[in-house]
Design a protein around this ligand. Sequence first.
Ligand code: DHB
Ligand code: FE
Length: 284
Amino acid sequence: MAEIVGGIGTSHVPAVGAAIDHAKQSDPYWAPYFEKIEPARRWMAETRPDVCVVVYNDHASAFSLEVIPTFAIGVAARFDPADEGYGPRPVPAVTGHPELAWHLAETLILDEFDLTIVNEMTVDHGLTVPLSVMYGQPDAWPCRVIPLCVNVVQYPAPTGRRCFRLGQAIRRAVAAWPGPERVAVFGTGGMSHQLQGERAGLINVDFDLAFLDRLVEDPEAQAEVDHETYLREAGSEGIELVMWLVMRGALDTTVREVHRATHVPTSNTHNGLLVLENVEGRDR
Ligand code: DHB
Ligand code: FE
């Protein structure tokens, strides 16, 4: 039986990807951030999940305003990095897991989560930067990846509660898969940030730290927080944080917090990283 070994929450700031791609990790601006994420990378190297379900949002790279799926799952064998305006990032192509992805699609849709099934798409910084955060620059990504897209770009995004319930359904679906895969679930995006308008550059450290505390300790309560609160407190792009609730829903009720780091500055975003481990057998 497949199992979920842990969850990772991380921002997906494009500049972090560029810093890695252009070997700037030791620059004075970047070194403090990359030092803080080192324990998470060590956990990833020790834990070595076979499959990562990466919950992320596409930023009008694979999709556009013509087609806006609320939830979509990539079932392809391969996903190439998207060209986001400066050419694709020089990172490996992502290897999918079509069998498990189709199982998730089937199980989740029959569980009343109506995912759009995507046979072909490219993956943008929302997915590739979190992989770079956790794995650095390998020649090939050391895990298979199932992309799971959430629309948080065009109103209305799904509620935090819906995202949390989707995570719980993913947990059930993985538990029903007969293969031996050890699965990690990523929730990406956030933390507080606003990229445009009068409040561009908004960062709300207090809100973000309270979000992390509640996500770990009382995710049901965090799942009740409404869109307006995210918008007001965490800025227009802070709504990306609802994707961390998918990750949290896929984990045990009680989890072990392996690592937490937050950092300013990385571009315009309060950058957060959280690694949670399922505590085996505690509440199964
Ligand atoms: C930034 C953050 C994002 O989540 C994103 O999608 C694009 C840019 C930023 O901080 O620059
Ligand atoms: Fe984003």
